[in-house]
Design a protein around this ligand. Sequence first.
Ligand SMILES: Cc1ncc(COP(=O)(O)O)c(C=O)c1O
Length: 523
Amino acid sequence: MQALELLQRIVAAPVQAVARETPLEQATLLSRDSGRTIWLKREDLQPVFSFKLRGAYARMARMSRRERQRGVVAASAGNHAQGVAVAAARLGMRARVVMPKTTPAIKVDAVRRLGAEVILHGDGYDAAQARAHALCSELGAVFVHPFDDLDVIAGQGTVATELLRQMSNQMSNSPDAVFVPVGGGGLLAGVAAATKTLSPETRVIGVEPRGAASFKAALKAGEPVDIGPVNLFADGVAVRKVGRYCFDVAADLVDEMIEVSVDEICAAVHDIFLDTRSVIEPAGALAVAGIRRYLAAGGDGQHLVAINSGANIGLERMAHVIERAQVGLGREVLFAASIPEQPGSFLRFCRALGQPELTEFNYRFSSLSEAHVFVGLRMGGDPEQRNRLFQRLQAAGFEILDLTDNALARDHLRHMVGGHRPDSGREVLYRFRFPERPGALEEFLTHLKGRWSISLFHYRNHGAAYGRVLAGFLVPESEQGAFDSFLQLTNYPYQVVNDPACELFVGERRSDSAVAIAGRCEG
Ligand SMILES: Cc1ncc(COP(=O)(O)O)c(C=O)c1O
């Protein structure tokens, strides 16, 4: 469909029946820091805390009387579910929403409160979607796609017609660029179609999390492609394959795609909080993270708009996001230091540290000759400050291992009581992602069948759809093949841990301590 034709559908989409015209606000602090004028389109202020009700309502309002009588079915782990529930209530339709069993209670409860029937099924979106399609066949109900539908795209496009009008009222001007969070691509397609027909000189820039950049992959391949398991951190946009319609509309209209890291997303949540005193969900903060990266790379334009697309985040998740934001903004440094076990050396270490603001300090006796200290410090965000500190400590004779960007250290070691295992055989360490639902651990142990001893286990709930686990097992060399088969059987994503940080604090003690920091594990 041509952008102009789609614009007609966007203009005709009756979203004002459920969606409010959200403010387009200047972000004072972000603007001051960047020297540009940064605008936030506050879709987080919609009645269901995201823009998704626009698309759902635009689709459902166009259904025939017979279709409406049959009711709708949707599959969603979050915002689309709430959009469908609101639209159904407004149109007097019955809505059934299939949600993965891992969906946080806050989202399940919200959908139920809005009057939809919730069916919990499977561990992820794919399983929920398959169940939803089966339900549609059984009941003759209509499936409402979260993004790959021209009416849904048209509904999402109303965000752009609105913001262009607001901008021209406030500034008699068009934005130089609009930054759009991208999951399946519905919002991007709608915004691109509206923007490029009404204000062709405005750049449309899509933003995706690293590890879930399915639109970028589609552009490269020339068609939507399944990129496999994606980074789930920004759960609202964790989509393996973008929509066919979304791609066909947006591929030629979008000017640029930007990828941002989890730390950058968390830093953007923090930035938005400082400017608005509102907490945004990770997917909702993608656009601001994209603006930061765009400007760091020398991007031009004075008036830059970020679509703050949603704010459905549970309290339990916020602590983790804030913790990561400190790292994302370069405000927390984590490192390990080796200190000789001699009288007075601990004091010497503390003096060399200066008097910083400590966020973490774990000391564990290690051997007769050496101790390892795990240190977290609050910093001003200047990378030079970190370098100067490390130089000072090294000059004082302490060996330093920078762990600031080390996911294992950040997610596990800093929260664990350290210690090396007793010398009782070959130990292997793995990180896993467990689905966050009752029975996940039991399932894992059932597969293990008590065949190998667990020498270490650390799990931490981040309020996400999955929990991170660090586990050690005693596995003789000759049984590694059988152990690998067990790992396959669990079906939980995993990676082998071969990390210097582990060696210092929990893993097997080895004689050679010359090590390199392992690659980061995003999310
Ligand atoms: C908060 C939020 N932002 C962005 C998106 C991405 O939208 P789309 O799937 O249309 O690309 C979603 C999708 O659900 C979302 O919930």
